[in-house]
Design a protein around this ligand. Structure first.
Ligand code: ZN
Ligand code: MN
Length: 161
């Protein structure tokens, strides 16, 4: 479920891309479409599997290289290190607006949160530290609804002790 409306995702017009000398063709365009078209915050491997369905000759290396390039250009966001099953694996977000995330410590699922970003926190931190702060992002961790249901109440109660 994508809580943040799709229209808040900044769409780069062809002119901006041309100015940056970035061509969006073939695998690169498909990779961008795939990352923007899902709210799963996928790994490179996930993107690779989907790309292969349409362009069977594309290598994992090509997918990595293009994801890196899209991240460097600010067109796709890379999320900080996650926990659980996907620990250590980079995750990609086609929604480049500043928003918070919930990560399930059990299944590694990452969800967008509708919690508004509070710009006064940036100002407070800047005043306190002297740092120039561009933005902040809050990461929440815990168990998603699916994992809570799978675990059942008995095991959950035992684990809390
Ligand atoms: Zn989960
Ligand atoms: Mn996100």
């Amino acid at each position: 479920m994508r809580i943040i409306p799709k229209k808040s995702v900044r769409i780069l017009d062809p002119e901006t891309l041309r100015r940056r000398g970035l061509r969006l063709t073939g695998p690169r365009r498909l990779i961008l479409e795939l990352v923007r078209g899902t709210d799963l915050h996928p790994t490179a491997e996930w993107v690779y599997r989907r790309v292969r369905r349409r362009l069977s000759r594309v290598s994992l290396g090509t997918v990595y290289r293009n994801l890196r390039l899209l991240v460097d250009e600010g067109i796709v966001k890379e999320l900080p290190g996650t926990v659980g099953r996907h620990a250590g694996k980079a995750r990609f977000d086609g929604n480049t607006s500043v928003h918070h995330h919930f990560t399930c410590s059990n299944c590694g699922g990452i969800h967008d949160l509708a919690e508004p970003v509070d710009p006064s926190l940036d100002r407070r931190m800047a005043a306190r530290t002297g740092f120039s702060i561009s933005h902040h992002r809050i990461e929440f961790y815990g168990r998603c609804l699916v994992c809570q249901a799978r675990q059942g109440p008995r095991r959950r109660a035992r684990k809390r002790r």
